[in-house]
Design a protein around this ligand. Structure first.
Ligand SMILES: Cc1cc2nc3c(=O)[nH]c(=O)nc-3n(C[C@H](O)[C@H](O)[C@H](O)COP(=O)(O)OP(=O)(O)OC[C@H]3O[C@@H](n4cnc5c(N)ncnc54)[C@H](O)[C@@H]3O)c2cc1C
Length: 366
């Protein structure tokens, strides 16, 4: 039986473990954390990701724990519409996007991997060119070595040397809140160098996120800063922030990777953020990790030469990362005349253009 050795037990690593298991491979997952967990936040999964989950046999389970994304569009800080999403057309054309709690997705993926394959508390220090993986509990190897160890990947060094992640220019907060009353229209609100978004979760909670243009490593005052910045924006933003709990607020500077020259070296392959950590503006980072998992297991099962995986995945994921970065640049504009122009153009753009632009991202099949 062939063996896949997977470094990292996040969404990308576990999805890859499921994909190889379904194809009859033995898998071993090395995860440095003591427990397989995800942060307390929501995740939007577009129809391309749902097709990848269907290919893994998990689509229905994930849909059952999720809610269809009802985002209505983008507004300005006073609540006036800049663009409205024709969600019915999106559904009809591409299939429904969903929002799921990260912990629910991770639990479904973890439960689909044989318990004996998961080794937690094992930190990988080096991957040698011959595929030997040196870690805190000894040495492991496999017919395929998968780097699913995130943006600061150790495995990546064996594929394309040292690559330094780039700061996007903005910092982000995420928090899941339990609002006292149901929300109205959901979506995003764009200001000047500031953004706030909110999406419903299946259990009545609401996933909120915010991004602010700022230098890297700037300390944040947490919820107080969010209330200070967004407390006078349109409802329900002040209400959501009033319902938020300081201990649940996550804060991260947003980094992404420059385009890598390759995702494979011999029998070593990169998936997810280790290969293409992207800005979250399109909500596609995890979606692409799920696609990677399906394609890598399919390619590796047919042929020990993994170059087809690189040829299939690198152009697509790098195209999506570039688009996501561009959206971030527009969304985070802070110079008043540029913001006014952006808002005017957005009001004029017909929804049909927005829907057509999604095609290269969402039209993916396993
Ligand atoms: C604010 C924000 C919002 C986002 N929203 C969305 C969204 O709505 N939709 C979407 O699709 N994507 C979204 N993303 C992107 C998404 O979160 C990531 O693309 C995805 O989680 C990447 O998964 P991964 O498994 O590749 O990496 P990670 O989640 O980083 O997992 C890597 C794993 O490897 C382990 N590891 C690392 N180094 C080692 C080592 N040396 N040895 C052993 N184990 C190791 C880590 O502990 C970790 O468990 C968002 C990202 C951010 C920052």
């Amino acid at each position: 039986m062939s063996k896949a050795l997977i470094v990292g037990g996040g969404i990308g690593g576990l999805a890859t473990a499921v994909a190889f298991t379904r194809r009859g491979w033995e898998v071993e997952v090395l995860e440095r954390a003591e427990r397989i967990t995800e942060v307390g936040a929501g995740l939007s999964l577009w129809s391309n990701a749902l097709r990848a989950l269907d290919a893994l046999g998990l689509g229905e389970q994930v849909r059952a724990r999720a809610i269809e994304d009802g985002s209505a569009g983008i507004r300005d800080s006073k609540g006036r519409w800049l663009s409205r999403t024709d969600i019915e057309t999106v559904r009809a054309r591409y299939g429904s996007p969903i929002v799921v709690h990260r912990a629910d997705l991770l639990e479904i993926l973890r439960d689909a991997v044989p318990e004996s394959a998961l080794r937690t508390g094992v930190s990988v220090g080096e991957v040698r060119a011959d595929g030997t993986v040196v870690h805190s509990a000894g040495v492991s190897t496999g017919d395929v070595i998968v780097g699913a160890d995130g943006i600061r990947s150790v495995v990546r060094r064996a594929v394309c040397g040292e690559v330094t992640p780039r700061y996007s220019g903005y910092t982000a907060w995420r928090v899941v809140v339990t609002p006292a009353e149901p929300m109205g229209d959901l979506g995003e609100t764009w200001g000047s160098g500031e953004r706030f978004g909110y999406a419903a979760l299946a259990d009545g909670r609401v996933y909120c996120f915010a991004a602010v243009t700022a230098p890297a490593d700037r300390p944040s005052a947490g919820l107080a800063e969010l209330r200070d910045r967004f407390g006078d924006w349109h409802e329900p933003i002040p209400r959501l922030l009033a319902a938020a709990d300081e201990s649940a607020v996550l804060h991260n500077d947003i980094y992404h990777l420059p385009p890598l020259p390759t995702y494979v070296a011999g029998r070593i392959a990169l998936v997810g953020d280790a290969a293409h950590a992207m800005t979250p503006n399109l909500g596609q980072g995890a979606c692409q990790a799920l696609e990677d998992a399906v394609v890598l297991a399919e390619v590796a099962t047919r042929d020990p030469d993994l170059t087809r995986y690189d040829a299939e995945r690198r152009p697509r994921t790098q195209m999506i990362a570039t688009r996501s970065e561009r959206i971030g640049t527009v969304a985070q504009l802070s110079w008043a005349p540029a913001v006014a122009l952006r808002n005017a153009v957005m009001r004029l753009l017909p929804p049909s253009i927005q829907i057509k632009a999604l095609a290269p991202v969402l039209d993916w099949t396993a």
